[in-house]
Structure formats: C-alpha cells, structure tokens
Design a protein around this ligand. Structure first.
Ligand SMILES: NC(=O)C1=CN([C@@H]2O[C@H](COP(=O)(O)OP(=O)(O)OC[C@H]3O[C@@H](n4cnc5c(N)ncnc54)[C@H](O)[C@@H]3O)[C@@H](O)[C@H]2O)C=CC1
Ligand SMILES: [Mg+2]
Length: 316
C-alpha cells in the first residue's frame, strides 16, 4: 500500500526530529538528496530533544502527520533517522509512542528498539547507539508495599487482620501498595483506614523487607515497609473484600502466636522491646528537607539524633 505521506517527506520529518534546533543547512541537505524542499505539515510540531547524556528523545505524540503514515513507511523513515543520529554521535534514542500509535512499536522493535517502560497511555522504547553495552538506566525495579503496625500504648493492643485472599489465614498488619507520589507514612495511614476503618497517625518507620521474585510483584522485587502508627479511633469497620477478620490483639499474644507470618512476629517483638525500653530504640523518624536545585522537598528517615548532631560540621 502506498503511504499517504511520501518517503521523502517522512525522511524530512525524522531528519528534523534528529535536530534539537532547526539548522541553517536543513533545507539544503534535503535538496541535495532530492527530498522535500519545504518542511512538511506537522514537522514543526516534532521536537527531538537532546538530553544531557547525548541521547535524543522523540515524542511521536507531537507529530500529527504520523496519523496518516503506515508502519512500513515509518520503519523506513526511522531507519534513516537512526543512521543520521548515529552519524551525529547521539548515544541513544528514546522513542515515546502513544497507545493509539502502537502500530509503530513492531517496526521500531525490528530495528533493535526495546521496551523501556509503559504507562497507561504510552510506551517508551530505547535504542542504544553508543559504544559498548548500553548504559541506559532500567525502569523501576521494585514495588513498594507499606503496612501499619497500629499500636495503642494505653491498652497494649495492636491492630491485626487476616487477608481474605490468602490460602492461609494468618494474622498480619493491614497494608498495601504505595501509590505514585505518595509518602510512605501516608500509604500506611490510608491502607489501615481502607482495610480496618481505624484512623491513625504516622509515628515512625520500623523495618524494611526486600524480597526478590515475589509472586505478586509482576516480576519486580518487593519492598515491604512497616510503620508504627498511633490510633485515634478504635471502632473497627473492616473491608469485606480484602479482610476475613480484624481485631485489636494484645501485643504479647501476637508475639507468641504461631498463626502469623515470620515478619509480623518479628515486628511484634520489636514493638514489645520498644514499649519496654523506649520507642527511640526502634524508631526511624522522618524529617522533611529541601532538595538541591529543584525547589522540591524530600523525606529523610533515620534514627533520632541529638539536636546538635544535625548541624555539626566536625567529628571532634
Ligand atoms: N508478610 C506479610 O505480613 C505480608 C506482606 N505483604 C506485603 O504487602 C504488600 C502488598 O499488600 P496487599 O495487601 O497485597 O496489597 P493491597 O492492599 O494494595 O491490595 C490487595 C488487593 O488488591 C486486589 N488484587 C490484587 N491482585 C489482584 C488481581 N490479580 N486481580 C484482582 N484483584 C487483585 C485485591 O482486592 C486485594 O485484596 C506487598 O509489599 C507484600 O509484600 C502482603 C501479604 C502478607
Ligand atoms: Mg492490603
């Protein structure tokens, strides 16, 4: 089938994509090759952005002309563009493809592009052009789950649930997966409320478990973080979809029972120790600090320090 957009026009489009800024010889180069004399409609919308590592990032979403282009023509155009980028010394190509233009994934893959990641409505493919093996960073390697150990110091009771969807109904702390952009403590408070109806506030981070090839992690590693929370409501109203049982259990009983997971048992003992010796012995507390340059803020978790240690400059 004859592509609606001519090969020469497509080439011009991608050649332009390879140039972060339009250069003076743009039309001249194309003329010498016998291709389009004028930039095609839509070409000006395509911005190949050069990154600080020498890679080029192409967003197909910005190229309206692609709506009329078939996969074969796209492949030819991409092939020539890749050769040009290589001759210009680009280290890599990042190709961002909207989901409705997914017909361009297979031709790109046949030229050596591989998936880097996909989000709800787009995928990103990469091709390493530099010397030696690819130095491009991979995408996310872990999922993050957060649980809340909601401990009521007044009654020495701790909030536990049994998961409805597990084969073995063991006691565990309520929790779930962190959402993008969500602070760890906020995940714990949210998940505890969604699963048990208990309102609580973040106190500290108690433990981090890292596990690889976790069955529920879509081939990624799993980071399971347990937080200490303080309750400020006590009437249980648990989620029937996720939980089979939910109760306030004496912390001693949770530390002793066999009907729990090893990590829950260990953290119950950790909490008992903190209750007896002081929570400062087990807590990693949080502080918000400004990030360098970006005007953003981040959360830093570590053991509480004496105030003068936070700003001291020497060790003597
Ligand atoms: N050792 C422990 O005490 C346990 C720790 N974890 C950790 O907790 C974190 C995950 O917590 P969860 O409570 O599992 O997550 P979650 O609370 O975010 O979501 C679980 C819910 O998602 C839904 N769901 C999950 N997979 C589904 C599927 N394939 N199809 C349909 N619905 C599905 C179900 O409604 C399920 O109840 C992980 O980090 C994991 O390692 C989980 C279980 C036990
Ligand atoms: Mg859950």
């Amino acid at each position: 089938m004859r592509p609606l957009l001519s090969w020469g026009t497509w080439r011009a489009v991608l050649a332009r994509a390879g140039r972060p800024r339009p250069s003076a010889d743009y039309l001249g180069v194309l003329d010498a090759q016998g291709y389009a004399r004028n930039p095609p409609v839509g070409a000006c919308e395509l911005q190949g952005e050069l990154d600080r590592f020498g890679g080029i990032s192409v967003r197909l979403a910005r190229l309206e002309a692609l709506d009329r282009l078939d996969a074969t023509a796209f492949k030819k155009g991409l092939q020539v563009a890749v050769q040009q980028w290589q001759s210009e010394g680009r280290t890599a190509v990042w190709l961002h493809i909207p989901i409705l233009q997914s017909r361009f994934i297979a031709p790109a893959a046949s030229l050596g592009f591989r998936f880097h990641h996909a989000e709800l409505d787009s995928s990103t493919l990469t091709l390493w052009l530099g010397e030696g093996p690819s130095r491009l960073p991979g995408y996310a390697s872990h999922q993050v789950g957060v649980a809340g150990a909601v401990f009521d110091e007044g009654t020495r009771k701790i909030l536990v649930v049994q998961d409805r969807n597990k084969l073995k109904n063991m006691w565990k702390f309520p929790g779930g997966l962190s959402e993008p952009g969500e602070d760890i403590g906020d995940t714990a408070v949210r998940e505890v409320f969604e699963e048990t109806g208990i309102k609580s506030e973040f106190r500290s981070l108690l433990s981090i478990r890292q596990q690889h090839t976790n069955p529920g992690a879509f081939g990624k590693s799993d980071m399971y973080i347990i937080c200490r929370l303080k309750p400020y409501s006590f009437t249980i109203n648990f989620c029937q979809h996720e939980c089979l049982r939910c109760e306030w259990m004496d912390l001693n009983d949770l530390a002793k029972t066999e009907n729990t997971t090893p990590i829950t048992s260990r953290v119950a003992r950790l909490l008992l120790y903190g209750y007896r010796e002081g929570f400062d012995k087990i807590d990693l507390t949080v502080e918000e600090l400004p990030a360098v340059h970006t005007r953003l803020f981040y959360k830093l978790y570590h053991k509480e320090l004496p105030e003068n240690y936070k700003t001291m400059t020497g060790i003597d």
